[in-house]
Design a binder for this molecule. Structure first.
Ligand code: ADP
Ligand code: MG
Length: 696
């Protein structure tokens, strides 16, 4: 039994127009170990075709090709991959080295596909490269070597797996005569060490050095002769192929490991780093928009929630008057700054409207608003009206003073968050020191600090003088009233405002003393029931002249704006994610065609479809990871800048970042990259090895 037996092999190429081209016609030949065979013949005679069949790169033929007595046809895909990997070493005319890998990596890659231990791999590659005189070239890239050197690297790669058969398709075709001789001697050495070397050539000189010459013409063997002058050289001590370290290698039956795939991909990515970085930037834009969308979404929501909850108790209905322009945010803001007063008739009207509505539409809740029990509220932006208002107290020689921008009646309800300390101001109180009756006021924390009352303890109980000069219902009032500070208020929305709170009835009595009358700008109904509150609030939002609290109205308006805004951002983020995905797909797809030849080489040295897929998928995974990181960093920077900007412009930032937005962005980036890489990866895996090797 010969090492390689070829019996009645026919090969037809399918041409496009359903005709066939017969490239090999009844080939019968066998070869044994230790032979150095030259296959000669005219260009187009079928030499390469035969080599591809022997090498297991092309399985589409008829007839028998037996290796060690086993027919190649019986091999499953996996066995064929293993056959290429372990039994065959390929050497090509155009060297087919992988340009972005170093010489050493180009050689070790043969074992990388078998997942051999790194140290074993390196040791072996260095040993072989040394014997081929390349020990000083390990770190170089293929383009930095001469033709003869490149071919020696290719031979080293072919020898890495200790194959039984070396197939060399015109290995000296691109070399000058001197280097040709060098390569031939190496080939002879390999054969003399007991391997079968089959070499395609059309040089008579090359053929004359080999032990046997087989001539092909038009797909047929026309001559097969032994070379009488061939001398086997068995004396060489320093063998090219060291079998002891092979023992290590052959035991392992694993394939390309993830780490090796990672290394290969990193090499690839580094080789085209500019392209990859630009692509990552593209993905980054979509990630930034996504993260910002989430940050704005949650930031605005919590801000608006805090706005809306500032005033509202779930059981209290606040009624404000609505101006015609209140349906847009600016109108609502105007209503908030300078609210309109209710006349008595209007109070009757709104109470009647509510009661009618309740009795007709919601008889089930059996609730009627009692006009006598309505709470009243008053608010004015004193700084915007003619006149002024301030608050002061005497500290030794100093007068501590603050302007009052907003004068509010004590709201019927303040939660703990809003009432920072103390209690709600209610009417009158007693000044213990003088025995005088004084009013009660609450201050916004801003007024307290303005007057130099830094600590709450200092502020609470302090007697101050409140001066208010402005016109109410066309009567200029001039109030000068001693008051005791009963509470410090801190409402999110008005954090930085100078607000004084005073009881409505008490303020009314002060105004009345001045000969003016106070009309409420807000009405409060305490329903003691959340459901009823909601029903009335909903009803108010349908009326023309009244509204629930202006704050609520604004909050609702902003919520609406925000959801529109979020949807817009989500659409932008979604579109840009899709664009990013297409971009990755295109880049990877292009990379597949750029690296078609490389894929062919990998397949010729035994890469399985799965390995190729793994390399490309790993690459898309890395691209996703890398883009994700770049995206996160950029988003954090952009987010930080936005927060600073908003804080300096508005005093608050309507965006809040959570760690999981970044995690989500990273995850999404990896997922879309891997998805985008699926198609190119499977395309690469499916490439036909023979065609890829021929690819220019
Ligand atoms: P050689 O290597 O001896 O120059 P090849 O084995 O490459 O010749 O080709 C043998 C014949 O088969 C040539 O005529 C060539 O045109 C043809 N051939 C090779 N590959 C293909 C292919 N993929 N499709 C069609 N014809 C092909
Ligand atoms: Mg050829």
């Amino acid at each position: 039994m010969k090492e390689l037996e070829i019996n009645h092999v026919y090969k037809d190429y399918n041409l496009s127009n359903k005709t066939k081209f017969n490239a090999l016609n009844d080939i019968c030949v066998s070869f044994d170990k230790g032979e150095l065979v030259s296959i000669i013949g005219e260009s187009g005679s079928g030499k390469s075709t035969l080599m591809n069949l022997i090498g297991g790169l092309d399985s589409d033929y008829s007839g028998e090709i037996k290796i060690g007595g086993i027919d190649l046809k019986t091999f499953k895909e996996k066995q064929l991959d293993d056959y290429r990997k372990k039994k065959i070493g390929f050497v090509f005319q155009s060297f087919n080295l992988i340009p972005h890998l170093s010489i050493l990596d180009n050689v070790t890659i043969a074992l990388t596909l078998s997942d051999v231990k790194e140290s074993v791999k390196l040791e072996k590659a260095k040993a072989i490269l040394k014997k081929l005189g390349l020990e000083n070239q390990l770190k170089k890239k293929p383009t930095q070597l001469s033709g003869g050197q490149k071919q020696r690297v290719a031979i080293a790669r072919a020898l890495m797996n200790d194959p039984d058969i070396i197939l060399a398709d015109e290995p000296t075709g691109s070399l000058d005569s001197q280097t040709t001789l060098q390569i031939l001697n190496i080939m002879k050495e390999i054969a003399d060490e007991g391997k079968l070397v089959i070499m395609v050539t059309h040089s008579e000189k090359v053929a004359s050095i080999s032990s046997r010459i087989v001539e092909i013409a038009d797909g047929k063997i026309v001559d097969d002769r032994q070379n009488e002058n061939y001398k086997k050289d068995n004396l060489k001590q320093d063998k090219l192929v060291t079998t002891d370290s092979n023992a290590n290698v052959k035991k392992k039956e694993k394939h390309l490991s993830f780490i090796s795939a990672l290394r290969l991909s990193l090499h690839n990515m580094w080789a085209s780093r500019t392209k990859n970085f630009l692509m990552a930037l593209g993905v980054t834009i979509s990630l930034i928009s996504m993260i910002l969308m989430l940050a704005f979404g949650s930031g605005l929501t919590s801000y608006i929630d805090s706005l809306a909850s500032s005033y509202s108790s779930p059981t209290i209905v606040t009624i404000n008057k609505k101006t015609s322009s209140a349906d847009n945010p600016m109108g609502a803001i105007m209503d908030l700054i300078s609210p309109q007063s209710f006349t008595d008739e209007e109070i009757d009207e709104v109470v009647n409207q509510i009661n009618t509505y309740l009795s007709q539409q919601h008889s089930e809740i059996d609730y009627t608003v009692n006009k006598e029990q309505l709470g009243k509220g008053y608010s004015i932006m004193t700084s915007a009206s003619a006149g002024n208002a301030n608050i002061e107290f005497q500290l030794g020689e100093d007068t501590k003073k603050s302007d009052i921008f907003y004068l509010y009646s004590t709201p019927p309800y303040y939660g703990e968050e809003q009432l920072l300390a103390g209690k709600l101001s209610k009417g009158e109180s007693l000044d213990e020191e003088t025995g005088e009756t004084v009013g009660e006021v609450m201050l916004s924390s801003k007024i307290a600090t303005e007057m130099g009352l830094e600590s709450i303890e200092e502020a609470l109980g302090k007697i101050v003088t409140v001066n208010v000069n402005y016109s109410i219902n066309d009567v200029l009032v001039n109030i000068q009233q001693k008051c005791k500070i009963t509470g410090i208020v801190n409402v999110n929305m008005f954090k930085d405002s100078l607000i004084l709170y005073i009881d409505y009835d008490y303020l009314e009595s002060l105004v009345n003393e001045q000969g003016a009358t106070l009309s409420p700008t807000a009405l409060y109904i305490n329903t003691d029931n959340e459901n009823t509150t909601n029903i009335i609030n909903n009803f108010l939002s349908t009326t023309d002249n009244y509204t629930g609290s202006v704050e609520n109205q604004m909050a609702n308006m902003f919520s609406e704006m925000m959801s529109t805004f979020s949807v817009a951002l989500a659409i932008i983020a979604g579109i840009s994610l899709i664009v990013a995905m297409i971009m990755i797909l295109v880049v990877l797809y292009m990379s597949v065609s750029e690296r078609t030849r490389e894929i062919g080489v990998l397949k010729s040295i035994g890469a399985r479809k799965h390995d190729i897929k793994k390399i490309f998928t790993t690459e898309s995974f890395l691209i996703g990871l890398f883009s994700g990181f770049v995206g996160i960093v950029f988003s954090a920077v952009v987010g930080g800048i936005l927060i600073l900007l908003f804080n300096s412009l508005l005093g608050f930032a309507p965006l809040s970042f959570r760690w999981y937005y970044f995690a989500l962005a990273l995850l999404l980036s990896v997922i879309i990259s891997i998805l985008a890489g699926l198609y190119p990866a499977s395309k690469a895996a499916k490439l036909d090895p023979v065609e890829s090797l021929r690819h220019e």
